[in-house]
Design a protein around this ligand. Sequence first.
Ligand code: SF4
Length: 206
Amino acid sequence: MKAEEIKKHLDKLFPFAECELHYNSPYQLLVATILSAQCTDKRVNIVTEELFKRAGTPHEMIQLSQEELEKLIHSCGFYHNKAKNILKMSKELVEKYNGQVPESLEEMQTLAGVGRKTANVVYSEGFKGDAFAVDTHVLRVSNRLGLADTDDPNKCELALTKFFPKNHWSELHLQMVHFGRYKCKSQKPDCKDCPFESMCKFKTKM
Ligand code: SF4
């Protein structure tokens, strides 16, 4: 199936795919994305509702102690490392970037706790740039559809960015996340009426 056909089907399935994390600034999106590792967006939104009342900017965040922040984000899991990274990253923003998240993908990735996927999410969602963030859903869906054949998110990103036109990367990321989250699920994908059945390498018998 060609790139345009895949996009058309995803447009039909998810015409209004949006980022499900709640945020009011690129900084808050960055914090929420760090918290979302191995955690659901729903849980992250519950946690950030309280967290951002206390500390919604890097200047406010660095007023918190490691212990205070750990308590606030405890239910997101991996709270010790996440708190450490959020505090270090916030300090770096205050000291080097005047409290602003840099708009460059390269600079973002120099910040504590910010890997390629997180930077791509913030760049495309927060700054409306063209980027194809590969999370667990995008990776799984790409492999099932034969768009990639790898466990490595970076190699998957390279394959996707070669296959799809640049102006579709950010929207396709959101649509593939929704497709993976609600239809092409990890354990029991809902293959009934899936438009990608003919190209799928993993369909289940319904
Ligand atoms: S047929 Fe099933 S496994 Fe394959 S892409 Fe569709 S939902 Fe996913």
